[in-house]
Ligand binder design. Sequence first.
Ligand code: NI
Length: 218
Amino acid sequence: MNGDRKTSAPQGQEPFEVESRHPEEPQDPEERDEPEEREEPELDPVARARRAAALAQVRRFGDPVLRMRARPVERFDETLTAEIQRMGALMSDALGVGLAATQVGIVHRVLVYRVAPQASIAAVVNPEIEWSGREWEILEEGCLSLPAVLVDVERPIHIRVRAFNELGERILIEASGLEARVIQHEIDHLDGVLILDRASREQRKAAMRALREAREAA
Ligand code: NI
């Protein structure tokens, strides 16, 4: 997920790859219709250059790999560790909050995320959502693979995920709010699903238009 959500991000970190609103933000439907000014964190030239370099390595909408279903990881070896390290560094440099392996052209069921700026980067391998709560909410998301796109996506607020860490140890993640949203967004990537697929028809059309314009401007 991309860090480009509209709410103000902590200094130096844009909301992620799934750009979503801050989970604590009141979700008054009327309020959601008001366009908010996006507060760009002040980036120094070095951070800006680093971000651009990282984004250049992230696959963009239109790349067929983003539509592939990733394969489970079978070997927990140095190759996997290196992949995870590279993904973490790219996500961090891109100021994202989450990144799926397919976004960097690796068709493995691996994702990384970091919701709080000071936290360490979590690596999740072969995730399976084993439980989702009944409560859902709609929040705005963006994606590092879909520059200039923000759409409303409805997802469960609470989830429980079984997975492995990079060492091959079983882990259980109980997540809520933004963390749950990022994990679901990245698992979607591993299934070839993009936020456009979860957006309303109207928002999808607007997003396609924005993508086309961004491509023409480039
Ligand atoms: Ni994404």
